[in-house]
Design a protein around this ligand. Structure first.
Ligand SMILES: [Zn+2]
Ligand SMILES: [Zn+2]
Length: 391
């Protein structure tokens, strides 16, 4: 049984070694670092793939986009669009809290992980022993999603992305973002918000619902929003999300993009780390004017334009490969979709396991969380990559 099979989206992209054989593949959520290699495994051997219906739909969008980007960058593809289509045959959609026998003697249930729409923490049960794999998890409510639903387990395999940090309250991040937008609009500028397509763009749309200014939505965020609305059972308030989406104007054509930059407004567009997509076009026309602002609401991975913008105050235009200087104000806000150190400790307390295995974190974050959990009396282990653990 394989849980998640992702790609490391970087230049060049990094792919994991595929297992020789797997009985099944379970995807916790749609993000490419968890779902990006699923079609490659299915191409090697047909097998059942378990996930929520929304994870299947969103991961397909992200996989298809990733193939396009990888091809444009000139790197070898681990699979092609036809392989993505073929892997649909293996899909078995599961709802939350619906046990299913996936192998003789092994049953599995998915619990809502609160990370992005459709995200799940699989709970395995074998001979009365339970193993919970959190996937990426957020224990706190946001406007879009309810916090994670955490069951008890004997063994807890937990992510540790923010194992060494605390997030501000969501409410204060929302207020800070709205204040920055209002300042920009008052100065006659445009607020450009590069957003992740899945989850973040829908949440920010909801945060901006009461804003009295034109809001535009562009890029892959439109499709992700459409799919999320069509699967409204996965969000806290589908009606509210629909209302927020209707409050924005969706951009379809180039000429619209050019016209937009003349009046004070808010533009939400992908890519969230400014590595491609319509955000580049907006940057070309907006970045040079200091009355505009670029407001980041997501983590900016090293090696991306977003990180370059924060650290050096410019980006590299992917078409010309030239430097695009930025005079507009640049700010970053914490809207993390991961539990922080305190949240992860609370998740551990809820699961109440006899053993914890940590993963999905930088060495520093994982070590800090390992120390905290040990202090609280948990038996905890942070394996090296490739290490085998006997359970
Ligand atoms: Zn994720
Ligand atoms: Zn992840």
């Amino acid at each position: 049984m394989v849980f998640d099979l992702g790609v490391l989206v970087s230049e060049p992209p990094k792919y994991p070694t595929l297992p020789d054989y797997a009985d099944s593949l379970t995807l916790s959520h749609a993000h490419l670092d968890h779902s990006g290699m699923a079609p490659a495994l299915y191409k090697k051997q047909s097998l059942p793939i378990y996930a929520t219906e929304l994870t299947f739909q969103l991961s397909q969008v992200l996989q298809e986009d990733n193939i396009k980007v990888t091809e444009q960058q000139g790197y070898p593809l681990p699979y092609n669009p036809k392989d993505i289509q073929k892997s649909i045959t293996g899909r078995i959609a599961m709802g939350y809290r619906q046990p299913r026998n996936i192998h003789s003697g092994i049953s599995m249930q998915l619990y809502d992980a609160g990370h992005i729409p459709g995200s799940a923490s699989p709970l395995l049960e074998l001979e009365g022993r339970k193993l919970l794999y959190t996937g990426d998890i957020n224990d706190k409510d946001t406007r879009l999603l309810a916090g994670a639903d955490v069951p008890e387990a004997d063994i807890l395999v937990m992510e540790s992305t923010y194992g060494d940090r605390l997030h501000p309250l969501r409410d204060s991040s929302e207020k800070a973002l709205l204040a920055a937008i209002n300042n920009t609009l008052d100065a006659g500028g445009v607020a450009l918000l590069p957003v992740f397509a899945v989850g973040r763009s829908q949440e920010i749309l909801m945060v901006l619902e009461k804003l009295d200014a034109p809001i535009y939505l562009d890029g892959m965020a439109k499709l992700a929003t459409k799919i999320t609305i069509a699967n409204g059972g996965f969000v806290r308030d589908a009606l509210e999300l629909r209302r927020a989406a209707n409050h924005s104007t969706w951009i379809e054509h180039d000429h619209q993009r050019r016209e937009l930059t003349n009046e004070p407004c808010v533009i939400l567009t992908t890519a969230g780390m400014l590595n491609g997509g319509p955000v580049i076009q907006y940057m070309r026309s907006l970045a040079g004017d200091r009355k505009n602002s670029i407001l980041l609401t997501g983590y900016q991975v090293e090696g991306t334009n977003g990180r370059l913008l924060l650290e050096k105050g410019h980006i590299i235009d992917p078409d010309t490969k030239g430097r695009l200087p930025v005079s507009a104000s640049v700010r970053q806000f914490d809207f993390s979709a991961h539990a922080d150190q305190k949240g992860l400790l609370e998740i551990a307390d809820k699961a109440d396991p006899s053993e914890i295995i940590l993963m999905h974190g930088s060495p520093e974050a994982t070590a800090a969380l390992e120390a905290k959990l040990s202090e609280e009396g948990y038996k905890v282990h942070a394996p090296e990559i490739g290490e085998t653990i006997e359970l």
